[in-house]
Design a protein around this ligand. Structure first.
Ligand code: UD1
Ligand code: UDP
Length: 359
């Protein structure tokens, strides 16, 4: 069996790492990096830390408008798929790299497999919502991280090829938590102690691309009752500078470069709370039992909110401030995202389905 994996953005390196560990021992994997993320700390650091092999192809598309970036990926991916003729194309999440992979592969022969299928924010303003809806509808195998994602797909008429496997990020985190505890020195480097700081991340377009929203978020974080560490996404840095907010952010928060995965997991594990608009970070906070304040108005990871471990506050200063002070963790942590063996289940299913198409 010959699997071609498409990655391009930070969270996809982590997800693909989890599945590759289960895949590579017995099967051939061709790794394609679209080049959507390219800075050392947004890309190389994950390959190094996680021991991900060099990509077989780097399409080098870089940053651009949605249309141009996706089109450049699509054109180059088609050529790679025609050269490699894989049995399966593995796609992750909801980025432009995911969508380009779905469009390119679904018009050719391979089975299209989508990991993290069935998630919805029901906010069509989000580019990621378009990407995930279209990718799900173009996929043959849909690997859902939760039972609610299976139900969502069914409500859209997708029932064939849908499997509840759990969340591959949980698989990755179970490995990373221990390694990070042993090896990361980030707390010492920042002169921080466990439970004495808040971790924050911001990169969602709705928060970064409107000055009023970015300022509201910055003010909310600045008013927190503990030091706030902000590993700053390049998009956010660019916008803070453009809006003349960079100096203020640097003075009021502990702004650091984007962290490597192990340092980030160590920070998240040690933080009293996390404030974020990231999808992955909401889940990782939940797994690590760090109460989460999500600076969005909706989430795809509804179970984190229903369980009381996550609260939605949008880009509203007072709510951010209040929840960062008040959020109190519930007594129980449910496990809606599987048992940490999603990758193995995905590989087993792919092997079975490829064998069935060969018959
Ligand atoms: C992308 C995904 C988003 C995901 C996020 C993970 C889409 C539409 N968005 O958002 O779903 O949550 O990745 O982090 O696919 N930049 C750099 N260096 C880099 C990468 C980006 O400077 O290595 C800057 C560029 O100015 C670029 C901007 O960040 O224009 C945005 O990058 P892009 O990949 O388009 O979107 P993200 O916000 O990273
Ligand atoms: N992450 C990281 N360093 C950081 C911020 C995030 O390693 O400075 C990791 C985090 O642990 C999670 C993933 O990146 O696994 C989330 O990526 P991001 O927030 O960029 O994207 P999203 O999940 O929102 O698509």
């Amino acid at each position: 069996m010959n699997v071609l994996t498409v990655v391009g953005a930070r969270p996809q390196f982590i997800k693909a790492f989890a599945v590759s560990r289960a895949l590579r021992p017995g099967h051939e994997e061709i790794l394609v990096h679209t080049g959507q993320h390219y800075d050392e700390e947004m890309s190389d650091v994950f390959f190094d830390e996680l021991g991900i092999p060099e990509p077989d192809y780097n399409l080098g598309v870089g940053s651009d408008t949605h249309g141009r970036q996706t089109a450049a990926m699509l054109e180059r991916l088609e050529e790679v798929l025609e050269t490699e003729q894989p049995d399966v194309v593995l796609l992750y999440g909801d980025t432009n790299s995911t969508l380009a992979g779905a469009v390119a592969a679904s018009k050719l022969d391979p089975l299209v497999a989508h990991v993290e299928a069935g998630l919805r924010s029901y906010n069509r303003e989000m580019p990621e919502e378009t990407n995930r809806v279209l990718t799900d509808h173009a996929s043959d195998l849909l690997f859902a991280p939760s039972e609610s994602a299976v139900d969502t797909l069914a409500s859209e008429g997708i029932t064939d090829g849908v499997y509840f496997v759990g969340d591959v990020m949980y698989d990755a985190l179970l490995w990373a938590r221990e390694v990070a505890q042993e090896n990361s020195t980030i707390l010492d480097e920042l002169s921080l102690a466990d439970s004495e700081f808040i971790l924050a991340t911001v990169h969602r377009a709705e928060n970064t691309d409107e000055r009023a929203n970015l300022e509201a978020v910055l003010t909310g974080l600045s008013n927190a009752d503990l030091p706030v560490v902000l590993p700053v996404h390049p998009r956010t840095k660019k916008q803070l500078q453009a809006y003349d907010l960079w100096e203020r952010a640097s003075n009021q928060l502990t702004v650091i470069e984007p962290a490597g995965y192990l340092d980030f997991v160590r920070l998240l594990d040690g933080a009293t709370r996390v404030a974020t608009d990231s999808g992955g970070v909401q889940k990782e906070a939940f797994f690590l039992e760090t109460p989460c304040v999500t600076m969005r108005d909706e989430t795809e990871w509804v179970e984190t909110v229903e369980s009381g471990w996550n609260v939605l506050v949008g880009a509203r200063t007072e709510e951010i401030e209040r929840e960062l002070r008040n959020a109190s963790p519930p007594d129980e942590l449910p496990s809606p995202y599987g048992d940490g063996d999603a990758a193995t289940k995905i590989v087993e299913r792919i092997v079975t389905d490829v064998a069935a198409t060969d018959d």
